[in-house]
Design a protein around this ligand. Structure first.
Ligand SMILES: [Fe+2]
Ligand SMILES: [Zn+2]
Length: 406
């Protein structure tokens, strides 16, 4: 659509004397588009966004101009339509050129173009359970092949897209091997180390009575609520299990939050606003606490739910309340939430299989484990959210398209 806008006349009247001869505080560049919409741009914003080599490093893509050196009421000597865009000569002689494509992509008054994104497919456990029981390799179950992920970036694109859509994905035909699993993780990004180490492998053995605690059931939760920056992805690969139990329940936290909002809007508000402190202090040499206490349901600046932080076990004692009445309301809301998370409708539960690791978005999908007996060896890793999203976007949209919206 943007292509056919180029090479047409966009500026009102004679381009050589349009809009502003001099940009005053109120002066703006006005670009009327072919579709009838009109964008307005402040002079200071345009000058600050100059894309020339002096103002914007062509390789590092960083700003080189000191923005605070630009007068708020910067004015231009001339504005001309020039080929595919607009050339502005600022007072003092600096020349800036903005293509129509760039102006359209970056229009803010109004916003005209949204960067490419991947639509999430929200699910209930029931949605997936029926397909999975009939066939764990059913097309309804998000999955990719190990070989395609290892082969090229198109495979990584397919994998990360499934994770972005469903919040989790299996990787079929993975060698039942620690090293191969680590290499698989690294196809997305480097492993994120924590105080527990980097890539981990863990065996629980009934013979060691002191590890018995690790075989108990774990309710669904997200990991790392005690970090300011919760781990973005987590991968589990069951290498061996001689025994019974130990199934993995998953819940789509975004779908569950949607249900909470419908059922009990007050509870949704409570869980979106009450800050919940958390800690990890089991290891003698650490006491990890996030920079702030965050609510269970976290929204971006547009009000969109972007993160679920829920791990009741890692919650610290709560003593900072707006009012004492908030205490009962919090426990009431948390119970409604917890009931949704443990309901049969929402839980998708399966047995992990050697050779089929499962990766999930820890900011959206909650995971747990049913109790088990016997010897069980798992390996896995965390990957940072930002590094995963970078890889997701580059492999799915291409570098040119991603850079287009910087
Ligand atoms: Fe966990
Ligand atoms: Zn410049």
């Amino acid at each position: 659509m943007i292509r056919n806008l180029v090479n047409r006349k966009y500026l009102l009247g004679n381009p050589n004397r349009i809009l502003f001869r001099a940009i005053s505080t109120n002066g703006k560049l006005v670009v009327p588009w072919e579709d009838g919409k009109t964008s307005k741009y402040h002079g200071i914003w345009l000058r600050d966004s100059c894309q020339c080599r002096e103002c914007h490093h062509p390789t590092t893509l960083q700003r080189l101009i000191n923005s605070s050196s630009i007068p708020l009421d910067i004015s231009a000597d001339s504005i001309t339509e020039n080929g595919d865009g607009v050339e502005i000569t600022w007072k003092g002689d600096h020349k800036s050129f903005y293509t129509y494509e760039w102006l359209r992509d970056h229009s803010y008054d109004p916003v005209l173009v949204e960067p490419p994104s991947i639509k999430e497919v929200l699910w209930t456990g029931r949605d997936l359970h029926n397909s999975y029981v009939k066939d764990p390799y059913s097309r309804d179950i998000p999955q990719v092949e190990f070989d395609e992920v290892m082969r090229d970036d198109a495979g990584v694109g397919k994998w990360t897209r499934k994770i972005a859509e469903y919040g989790f994905a299996f990787v079929n035909n993975t060698p039942v091997d620690e090293k191969a699993t680590e290499e698989l993780c690294k196809r997305i990004a480097f492993v994120r180390p924590t105080h527990y180490g980097g890539f981990w492998k863990f065996t629980s053995d009934m013979a060691k009575a002191d590890l018995a605690y690790s075989q108990e059931e774990l309710g669904v939760h997200t990991d790392g609520t005690y970090f300011t920056d919760q781990p973005g992805l987590q991968l589990f690969h069951l290498l061996e299990h001689i025994g019974t139990g130990g199934e993995t329940p998953l819940v789509d936290g975004f779908k569950a939050a949607e249900r909470l909002k419908e059922l009990d809007p007050q509870a949704y508000t409570t869980l979106s606003t009450v800050p919940v402190p958390a800690h990890a202090a089991g290891n003698k040499d650490v006491c990890i606490q996030p920079a702030d206490s965050f609510p269970i349901l976290m929204h971006d600046h547009k009000g969109l739910l972007v993160q679920v932080r829920w791990n009741s076990d890692d919650r610290s004692t709560m003593r900072e309340w707006d009012t004492p009445e908030q205490v009962l309301e919090f426990y009431r809301a948390a119970k409604v939430w917890s009931d949704i998370l443990s309901s049969q409708e929402f839980v998708f539960q399966f047995q992990l299989q050697p050779g089929r690791p499962m990766i999930f978005n820890n900011l959206r999908v909650l995971h747990g484990r049913t109790g088990f007996e016997g010897k069980r060896t798992m390996c896995g890793a965390y990957i940072n959210r930002d590094d995963y999203v970078s890889r997701l976007r580059l492999t799915n949209f291409g570098r040119k398209e991603v850079l287009r919206f910087l």
